[in-house]
Design a protein around this ligand. Structure first.
Ligand SMILES: [Zn+2]
Length: 272
C-alpha cells in the first residue's frame, strides 16, 4: 500500500515537474533606448501644473524573448530617420524636439537580432513615438487592440500599412496562454490603448504601461493630459493599472519618465 502511495506521489510530482518545464516563459527582457525628447512645456501632460516648465522625456522599446515564441517587440519608438538629424525633429503639436542616439535597427544588430527574428510587434498605441518603426518588421505579426486598429484606419495618414499582418485583440488577453505576457486594455490616452504585464522569474511582474501615464509625478497625482482622447477612460485605466500592480505585486515602468528610465539597465543588459 505504502509503495502504491509513493508511486502515485512520484507520478504526480513528475507530471507537475514536466508541466513546469514545458510551460513557455519570458526569459529575457531588454530595455532599448528608442529616442528622447526635450519638451518646452510639461503642462501639456499635467494641465495647470508646471506651466511653461520644460522637461526631457525618455522613449523606450522593450525586446522580449519568449522560450517558445521567440522575440516580441513592445513598441518601436520614434522613427529611425531621426537618428540622422543632428538637430532632431521638432513636433509642433507637443512642442517637443525628438532625438535618437542610434537607430533601433543598429541596436537590434548589436544584440545579434535580425528583424526577421522578431515574430511579434505589439504596440501600446499608434502615436508616432511608439509606432515609428513598425514597417521595419514587414513579416512580424502586429499585435494591437481592435479599437486602436479601427481608430488608425480612420486617419488620413495611416501610422503603418493597412496590409500589415495583424492580430486584433479585444480586451485583456493572456497572449501565449501561459501567463508570461498579458495584454491589458487601458483606453483613454487613445481609443484602443493597451498595456503589457510581463512575468519574469527573477525580476517578478512588470507592467509596461505605454502612455497610461507619462511621469512619476503625474502617476502620484493621477493627472490626465489635456490632449487625451477620453478623460474618464484615462482615469479608469490608471485605476485598473493600480489594481494590477497591487494584485500581482508588480513594478510600474513608466515609459516616458526619464529619471526612472535612465536608472534601468539598458541593452545589452537584460532582465530575467
Ligand atoms: Zn501617446
Amino acid at each position: 500500500m505504502q509503495r502504491l502511495v509513493w508511486s502515485i506521489v512520484l507520478t504526480v510530482a513528475q507530471f507537475v515537474f514536466v508541466q513546469n518545464a514545458d510551460a513557455g516563459k519570458v526569459d529575457r527582457l531588454y530595455v532599448i533606448d528608442c529616442g528622447w525628447a526635450h519638451a518646452a512645456d510639461q503642462s501639456l501632460w499635467s494641465p495647470g501644473v508646471n506651466v511653461g516648465v520644460p522637461i526631457d522625456v525618455s522613449d523606450n522599446c522593450y525586446l522580449i524573448h519568449h522560450s517558445d515564441e521567440g522575440y516580441l517587440l513592445w513598441d518601436t519608438g520614434i522613427t529611425d530617420r531621426v537618428a540622422a538629424l543632428p538637430d532632431g525633429q521638432f513636433v509642433q503639436a507637443t512642442r517637443q524636439t525628438w532625438h535618437r542616439a542610434q537607430t533601433l535597427m543598429a541596436e537590434l544588430a548589436a544584440l545579434s537580432v535580425h528583424t526577421r527574428d522578431v515574430r511579434y510587434v505589439a504596440i501600446s498605441h499608434i502615436h508616432p513615438d511608439h509606432v515609428g518603426n513598425v514597417e521595419e518588421f514587414p513579416d512580424a505579426t502586429l499585435v494591437i487592440q481592435k479599437a486602436e486598429w479601427d481608430y488608425a484606419m480612420t486617419l488620413p495618414q495611416k501610422p503603418f500599412s493597412p496590409e500589415h499582418k495583424a492580430q486584433l485583440v479585444e480586451g485583456d488577453r493572456d497572449l501565449f496562454a501561459d501567463g508570461s505576457l498579458t495584454l491589458l486594455t487601458t483606453p483613454g490616452h487613445t481609443p484602443g490603448h493597451q498595456s503589457l504585464l510581463v512575468h519574469l522569474d527573477k525580476t517578478g511582474n512588470v507592467v509596461l504601461s505605454g502612455d497610461v501615464v507619462h511621469f512619476e509625478t503625474n502617476w502620484d497625482a493621477r493627472r490626465v493630459p489635456g490632449f487625451n482622447f477620453d478623460k474618464a477612460q484615462s482615469s479608469a485605466s490608471m485605476e485598473k493599472i493600480a489594481r494590477v500592480l497591487n494584485e500581482k505585486h508588480a513594478q510600474l515602468w513608466i515609459n516616458h519618465d526619464k529619471p526612472s528610465s535612465d536608472a534601468r539597465n539598458h541593452a545589452p543588459e537584460f532582465y530575467e
